[in-house]
Design a protein around this ligand. Structure first.
Ligand code: DC
Length: 221
């Protein structure tokens, strides 16, 4: 079974994906990691993320082990890491170079320790529209920009990262705009996606709905 969860940053995709992966014993692919890895690699090597051909070279050389290694760097999840990821992800050549790596995971899904799984949960921006258009179930999780910026601000605070709410909100707006307006694979719900707004629903309510939908699908398959 393949389940996709798309939506903007800090909407609750990761939380939902984590619980569903555990509940149904599915492998988990956080696809934002491929763009974060390319972006961070460029940042660490003082290359401009605006340079599409250079970014493509990094993307073509990306492997799961390199991605997991880069994920250990504190800047992988920092504001600068998010900004670089968002810029490189807007390049069509980068998206094309990283597509097979993401799609192949669905053919042989594996858990973090390398053992095979019966299926996978994907989370990202285009996993239901481009990466896995034939997924069994597609969710799109969203929330207002202010709610998502407040969540991200609190995450930074908890990690001891110095910032202020307005900066986080401005960054969030800029990233949403880049993710939704790019020409290739813009962030949008698949036509057959089930949409949840977590500014009006708690994550527990979303989880309860999602479990119902998945259980029904399993029963009918
Ligand atoms: O989910 P995230 O914040 O880790 O994603 C980082 C960036 O990667 C985000 O700004 C958009 C991009 N991204 C994408 O374009 N397509 C995906 N499937 C996942 C992430």
């Amino acid at each position: 079974m393949i389940i996709t969860i798309d939506g903007p940053a800090a909407a609750g995709k990761g939380t939902l994906a984590g619980v569903l992966a555990k509940t149904y014993h599915l492998a988990y692919f956080d696809t934002g990691m491929v763009y974060r890895a390319v972006g961070l690699d460029m940042y660490l090597n003082n290359d401009s993320p605006e340079n599409e051909n250079k970014a493509e070279e990094y993307a073509l050389n990306l492997t799961f082990s390199k991605m997991n290694q880069l994920a250990q760097n504190p800047d992988f999840r920092s504001a600068i890491g998010g900004k670089y990821a968002s810029i490189v992800s807007a390049h069509p050549k980068v998206r094309a170079a990283l597509l097979k790596m993401q799609q192949n995971f669905a053919l042989n899904p594996t858990f973090a320790d390398g053992t095979p799984a019966q299926g996978a949960i994907y989370d990202g921006r285009d996993t239901g529209t481009v990466v896995c258009p034939n997924a069994d179930i597609k969710f799109f999780i969203t929330a207002s920009t202010e709610v998502r910026a407040m969540r991200r601000f609190k995450e930074f605070e908890a990690k001891g990262i110095e910032t202020d709410f307005q900066t986080v909100l401005n960054d969030m707006k800029a990233r949403d705009e880049r993710d939704a307006s790019r020409a290739t694979a813009p962030m949008k719900p698949a036509v057959d996606a089930i949409i949840f707004d977590t500014s009006t629903l708690s994550i527990d309510e979303v989880l309860a709905f999602a479990l119902k939908i998945i259980d029904k699908k399993i029963k009918n398959s």
